[in-house]
Design a binder for this molecule. Structure first.
Ligand SMILES: NC(=O)NCCC[C@H](N)C(=O)O
Length: 413
């Protein structure tokens, strides 16, 4: 039996992946809260579910085992007899103002069976649904001001970000924005209590109990020795250095971290929104991260002389850095939208650079990015397109919507 988590590359044949089917949480968005909850529009629920089911089916058709976050969470909570404790923990992180509200919510959540409870927590809890036993005006009068006691978590279908598989372990992430921070609690409970993972020697390289931020969209496994991690709106330089030290000092297989600096803007929130690996020697790239001569600031982190330290080298010739790291004769960067200023900006906004490799040279992409998709094909890549009218409204693509748990190792070349 292979280990429950095993990811030594971005492109090895995908065996098992974790998804989250969009649920009621995306319908609990309103114009007032959507920006804070990191959405630009309100998806049409039945259509986004249909598109997501087709995405899952495309993976299943290629022999991938698809697991669902919501189902594993409920199974883990039951297996660990952790229901009440889980409720306590999620309430601790939900900014509740008073004890009566907390007590009312606890009673409400525990009245559901475990799967329903998980779905309700993910969808968000409306004030009108909970009975609060209190005589304080502030507890019972807020309905008009703000409708939720617990915010919806519409970004959960981007399973890539709250945790990231890395070798035979993972990082469980402290997220950049409060809107997403509770998401990684589900991964923690799965790792601690789900029989598929608990007690199976899964290394948690970095847990969520940190103040510095890191998100899986920035964490790329180039091969079994080298990681690329974005210094971005979502991932701080400090978190990358701390993680590198954990990996180097704890006998992981990784020897080098390329910290790649990308602009701190929403359109390019994670490294994988501008850069993904599609084959042994090919990447997509959004030209917006390159300086005029194609340069990108990159810091190479390696084990330092003393434990707890790293050696850092600064370079900016990204193409050559990658070629050397992957030990290939030639490395190709395929520009999103063919590099045309308008097409690149439009297709990158709709995640044209965000491909999910399911084998070397085989990727899943959004159908709407037809210019980038054609270009990938012209570079010999097999492109499996999925419908994306509603999925793309959350500003994430196929890589963002999937957390690989097991990939086959690449054959020695
Ligand atoms: N890896 C990714 O780029 N994930 C997409 C996350 C989109 C989500 N609306 C967010 O802003 O966090």
């Amino acid at each position: 039996m292979t280990t429950p988590i095993h990811v030594m590359s971005e492109i090895g044949k995908l065996k098992t992946v974790l998804l989250k089917r969009p649920g009621k949480e995306v319908e609990n968005l309103t114009p007032e809260i959507m920006e804070r909850l990191l959405f630009d529009d309100i998806p049409h629920l039945s259509v986004i579910q249909k598109e997501h089911d087709a995405f899952a089916q495309a993976l299943i058709d290629r022999g991938v085992e698809v697991l669902y976050l919501e189902k594993l969470s409920a199974e883990a909570i039951d297996a660990g007899n952790y229901k009440e404790k889980f409720v306590e923990r999620i309430l601790d992180e939900s900014n509740l103002e008073t004890k009566p509200v907390r007590e009312g919510l606890k009673k409400y959540l525990l009245s559901f069976d475990t799967q329903e409870m998980v779905d309700v927590i993910m969808a968000g809890v409306r004030k009108k649904d909970v009975t609060i036993e209190s005589n304080h005006l502030s507890d019972i009068s807020e309905e008009e001001v703000y409708p939720f006691f617990m915010d919806p978590m519409p970004n959960l279908y981007f399973t890539r970000d709250p945790a990231a598989a890395m070798g035979d372990g993972l990082t469980i992430n402290h997220m950049a924005f409060e809107a997403r921070n509770r998401e990684s609690l589900f991964m923690e409970v799965i790792m601690d209590h789900h029989p598929r993972f608990a007690g199976q020697d899964v290394s948690v390289w970095r847990d969520r109990n940190h103040t510095s931020r890191i998100e899986g969209g920035d964490e790329l496994i180039l091969n079994d020795k080298v990681l690329a991690i974005g210094i971005s709106q979502r991932t701080s330089a400090k978190a990358i250095e701390d993680l590198a030290i954990e990996l180097f000092d704890n006998n992981s297989n990784f020897e080098k971290v390329l910290a790649i600096k990308i602009p701190n803007v929403r359109a390019m929130m994670h490294l994988d929104t501008v850069f993904t690996m599609v084959d042994y020697d090919k990447f997509t790239i959004h030209p917006g991260i390159q300086k005029n001569n194609g340069e990108v600031d990159t810091y190479i982190l390696e084990k330092g002389e003393k434990p707890g330290t790293v050696k850092i080298t600064h370079r900016s010739d990204l193409q050559e850095i990658l070629r050397e790291a992957l030990d290939v004769p030639k490395l190709t960067l395929i520009p999103c939208g063919g590099g045309d200023a308008i097409i690149a900006a439009r297709e990158q906004w709709n995640d044209g650079s965000n491909t999910l490799a399911i084998a070397p040279g085989v990727v899943v992409t959004y159908d709407r990015n037809y210019v980038s998709n054609d270009l990938l094909r012209r570079h010999g890549i097999e492109v499996i397109e999925v419908a994306s009218s509603e999925l793309s409204r959350g500003r994430g693509g196929p890589r963002c919507m999937s957390m690989p748990l097991v990939r086959e190792d690449l054959p020695a070349r």
